[in-house]
Design a protein around this ligand. Structure first.
Ligand SMILES: O=C(O)CCC(=O)C(=O)O
Ligand SMILES: [Fe+2]
Length: 352
């Protein structure tokens, strides 16, 4: 569990910053907060502004154009989904989104014996009405892939691992990017809990999340939960990414680095955001995740069981690989896609 932090630390990634100070700040953020900002991150400003400027245009495409790239056309769960298509913590979220990923060919086929979760990898859907979007998104994914690797080296150092690339073998070749639009709601009469943009959750789809808040700083919404049960605002600080731990990283670090619960409240202004989910390799097994780096991560207190202390559906679930656990989550959240492309396993994943 995260501590009773009341603000989110910010780490300077500049190569010229004081290294000792940087690593000790990072260590604190990793083990006590689970949420941080990074600045001087090295991603070129125009790679960011090009994408930020694209979002209002993308989401103002016609319903027909959005339908043409809808998620239900894609066995890879890539594409557009409309407001009300997702629930989190048992309640409907209020956001529309387009999901992209590292552009890959589909190599899975029913005949070639590859694991079914390999079918999550495949090509994106690009809107014909907005051809200039593709190079902008592809460049951004490339830049964030590199940022993710730079950051992971520093994390390994801050956590005292002997080699900077010790987290790399857990990564997938596929990272996922969501372009998200929270429409404005008339919120004057609503309590915080009823303005659900996205409900309370830990990031379950990746290793680390790098989030770009893509609306002006006065537009709030993102909040992280501390140990006292207080929601702490995570405002948009220009020039930063918000970085947070995903559930697989929590497992691999033996619960020493926690994935912190967060949510988004909708407001009277629309809001845009862009989370990048660093991908985890599909064939990673529970055993491997738990054992590989265990010697470096001793929990601070005695625990009765691993599952008690590490709150991870992957660890608690029936399925042994990360890939299968992800596929199950995707099918359960987007049942139309599941029924259409994964008929053989649909019932199993819905009812297990
Ligand atoms: O929109 C945001 O600021 C956060 C979104 C988020 O937490 C998510 O999509 O996992
Ligand atoms: Fe999230």
């Amino acid at each position: 569990m995260s501590t009773s932090f009341t603000s989110i630390p910010s780490i300077d990634l500049s190569p010229t910053t004081n290294k000792q100070h940087q690593l000790s700040q990072l260590h604190h953020a990793l083990t006590s907060v689970g949420f941080l900002y990074i600045h001087n991150h090295g991603v070129p400003a125009d790679a960011i502004t090009d994408l930020v400027n694209a979002l209002p245009h993308l989401f103002s495409l016609t319903d027909t154009a959005k339908e043409a790239i809808a998620l239900h056309h894609s066995p890879h769960f890539l594409g557009y989904s409309s407001v009300g298509a997702e629930t989190t913590a048992g309640k409907l979220d209020c956001r529309e989104q387009v999901e992209y990923a590292t552009e890959l060919p589909q190599t899975w086929s029913a005949e070639n014996g590859m694991a079914l979760y390999e079918r999550l990898k495949g090509p994106n859907q690009w809107p014909a009405e907005y051809p200039s979007l593709r190079p902008i998104v592809e460049r951004y994914i490339r830049e964030l892939t590199q940022l993710g690797e730079r950051f992971l080296r520093l994390v390994a150092e801050a956590l005292g691992l002997p080699l900077p690339e010790m987290f790399f073998p857990f990564l997938s070749e596929q990272h996922r990017l969501k372009l998200v639009h929270y429409p404005a709601v008339s919120s004057s009469s609503l309590s915080d809990d009823s303005r659900q943009g996205v409900g309370p959750h830990k990031d379950s789809s990746g290793w680390w999340t790098f989030l770009l808040q893509a609306s002006p700083p006065h537009i709030k919404g993102l909040q992280a939960l501390n140990r006292e049960g207080q929601w702490i605002d995570v405002p948009n600080v220009p020039g930063t990414f918000v970085v947070n731990i995903g559930q697989a990283f929590e497992v691999v670090t033996n619960g020493v680095c926690k994935a912190t619960i967060h949510r988004v409240l909708s407001g009277q202004d629309e809001r845009f955001s862009i989370p990048f989910f660093q991908g985890v390799r599909g064939d990673l097994t529970k055993q491997e995740a738990v054992d590989t780096l265990k010697e470096y991560f001793q929990p601070r207190r005695q625990r009765r069981s691993l599952e008690e202390d590490i709150d991870s559906p992957f660890l608690k679930g029936k399925y042994n690989t990360w890939g299968e656990s992800q596929l199950r989550t995707k099918i359960r959240s987007h049942r139309d896609v599941g029924r259409k492309f994964y008929a053989d396993v649909y019932e199993k994943y819905i009812n297990d």
